[in-house]
Ligand binder design. Structure first.
Ligand code: PMP
Length: 535
């Protein structure tokens, strides 16, 4: 039976960890004069919550597990290092890895002066159990690192074999599930005492820059990690961002779906390219691809500004391709085919940063794939989704707004950036149309007409009885279209009647989407729709 006390290093077992006044005190202090902080500062003057209360609560709920099974690290890299330091005596103990796999296990072993035993994966990249089985009784073997889906091969390991290893091993099996959200099949809810799961916010959650890894294990193992981890190892910004991501599961799910679709498209198009021999099946957000000459392909792509990961040192003639946005993937395919790079569609971008908002908007008037809106205001995201979906327009909206104040700047500045992105995508506005649309939705009837004539104007006849729909103030609907018409340089004429404010607003956005779709469509003449000859 697994007994953590038998495998932990004696110095760690005896360790009395660093303790702060705040970790000893349970209540809410009225005056905090305990940690030598500057009471003024810039909003980050206090040390972060070292007990990670909100993050733990939110993550445990998200995964359906107990909070006392969780540890967080500065990336999963930090947890890998902590595990080796806790369980492996330098120059005495060993750990086992299954190459080709994630190289940090080896690097951390080297840093800690711990011997690494390697048992290569089989020819189809599965665990070679018959070779591992006799090693499991070696008492100096403390940790086994298994990566599933495995980096760089992309495949999942057989879970039966993982379970079998844990049953006959006295040490800890570390199962790295960094890519699990792209495939499913996590073992996180199996409470096998010597199974320790690693996950990360760097992949599916899109927070690589925040540096946040998660470890899930038996509470006794978690207690040891808590003793050794540096105090305050997860900063406040990271804690807040992670909670924000966990509270928007629909958005994460949609991004994963887009990436899976894009992976399927690449799996179709890559084999048709000369010089590519093989695409390995992948359960992750990357593809391992075998080339006739990987190094030459790597260099050719670098010259075009495209960087892939050369994995030839682990698997001959292979490059690892991370799945990107639809445009990035299309650029990769063009470059691999040796085609001149061309913009796929009429694309307009706007990055806008002020003291109140940081915004990135990208529109693609000719390719609706991969639209995502993330403004932090759910109802507003829902409206932008209408614009993308009903307008058949590719739309990427990423906003960090001052929502602590209210939603005003976020909505107004998004509209300004959206209008500017349209303005840029339309370029000289040759060959586009002018349109109007009438759209019923239950009790409501919305009428929207648009002219991308080059001058801003908004005619507005809409009254709302509620102050808000969701967290979006109804007065911001007018403001959104006014701001859009200003920067997109278009005339907008909008009218709505009806009773229900949600329906009225949604029907306006849907009708707006329809007129956008028609107005930006290229007409056959390719000429300017103006007698002046210029818009
Ligand atoms: N595990 C695996 C298998 C990985 O591929 C990576 C990153 N490439 C990591 C862990 C590192 O994760 P983090 O960013 O959380 O340190």
């Amino acid at each position: 039976m697994f007994d953590v006390n038998k495998i932990v290093r004696p110095n760690i077992k005896a360790l009395k960890p660093y303790s702060s006044a705040r970790s000893e005190f349970e209540g809410i202090a009225e005056v905090s004069l305990d940690a030598n902080e500057n009471p003024f500062g810039f909003g980050l003057n206090r040390y972060p919550d070292t007990s990670l209360k909100k993050l733990k609560h939110t993550f445990a709920k998200f995964r359906g597990i107990e909070q006392n099974r969780l540890i967080f690290g500065n990336g999963s890299n930090e947890i890998i290092d902590l595990l080796i330091r806790i369980f492996c005596k330098p120059r005495k103990d060993k750990l086992l890895t299954l190459p080709p796999t994630f190289s940090m296990y080896s690097v951390s072993a080297l840093i800690n002066d711990v011997k690494e035993v390697q048992v290569p994966l089989t020819a189809n990249f599965q665990i070679d159990y018959p070779v591992i089985a006799p090693l499991l009784s070696d008492e100096s073997l403390k940790l086994i690192f298994i990566c599933s889906p495995n980096n760089p091969t992309g495949n999942q390991m057989n879970p039966e074999v993982i379970r079998k290893i844990t049953y006959s091993f006295g040490g800890l099996v570390v199962l790295d599930e960094a890519y699990i959200d792209f495939s499913g099949g996590s073992l996180i809810r199996e409470e096998i005492p010597n199974l320790f799961i690693l996950q990360t916010f760097s992949k599916a959650f899109g927070l690589a820059g925040a540096r946040l890894g998660v470890g899930v294990g038996q509470p006794e193992v978690i207690n040891l990690l808590n003793k050794v981890r540096p105090p305050y190892n997860i900063n406040s910004l990271t804690q807040d961002k992670a909670v924000e991501a966990l509270e928007r599961p629909e958005l994460i799910k949609r991004q994963i779906e887009i990436l899976k679709d894009e992976k399927a498209k690449l799996e179709q198009s890559l084999p048709e390219i000369k010089g590519i021999n093989k695409i390995y099946p992948s359960d992750a957000n990357f593809l391992l691809v075998e080339f006739e000459d990987a190094k030459a392909a790597y260099r050719k792509l670098l010259k075009r500004g495209i960087i892939l990961r050369d994995k030839s040192n682990q698997i001959e003639n292979t490059l690892r391709i991370t799945i990107g946005t639809p445009e990035e993937n299309a650029k990769l395919i063009q470059a691999l085919k040796g085609e001149a790079s061309k913009e796929i569609g009429r694309i307009g971008k706007c990055a806008r940063t002020t003291a109140e908002t940081k915004i990135y908007v990208e529109v693609n008037l000719d390719d609706p794939a991969g639209s995502v809106s993330a403004t932090g205001v759910a109802f507003f995201d829902h409206m932008l989704d209408q614009v993308a979906r009903h307008g058949a327009i590719g739309l990427k909206v990423q906003v960090e707004g001052d929502l602590k104040i209210d939603t005003h700047h976020t909505i107004e500045d998004t509209a300004l950036a959206l209008g500017a992105a349209f303005n840029s995508a339309l370029k000289d506005r040759k060959g586009i149309e002018r349109y109007g649309f009438l759209l019923p939705m239950d009790d409501s009837l919305a009428q929207v007409a648009i002219d991308f004539g080059g001058r801003p104007w908004l005619e507005w006849k809409a009254d709302f009885s509620a102050t808000h729909v969701g967290k979006m103030p109804t007065e911001m609907v007018f403001h959104f279209f006014k701001s859009f018409s200003d920067t997109a340089r278009c005339n907008l004429n909008i009218k709505v009647e009806g009773q229900n404010d949600h329906h009225k607003i949604e029907s306006i956005f849907k009708a707006f989407a329809q007129v956008l779709k028609m107005a930006v469509k290229k007409n056959e003449s390719g000429l300017l729709s103006s007698t002046k000859g210029v818009l």
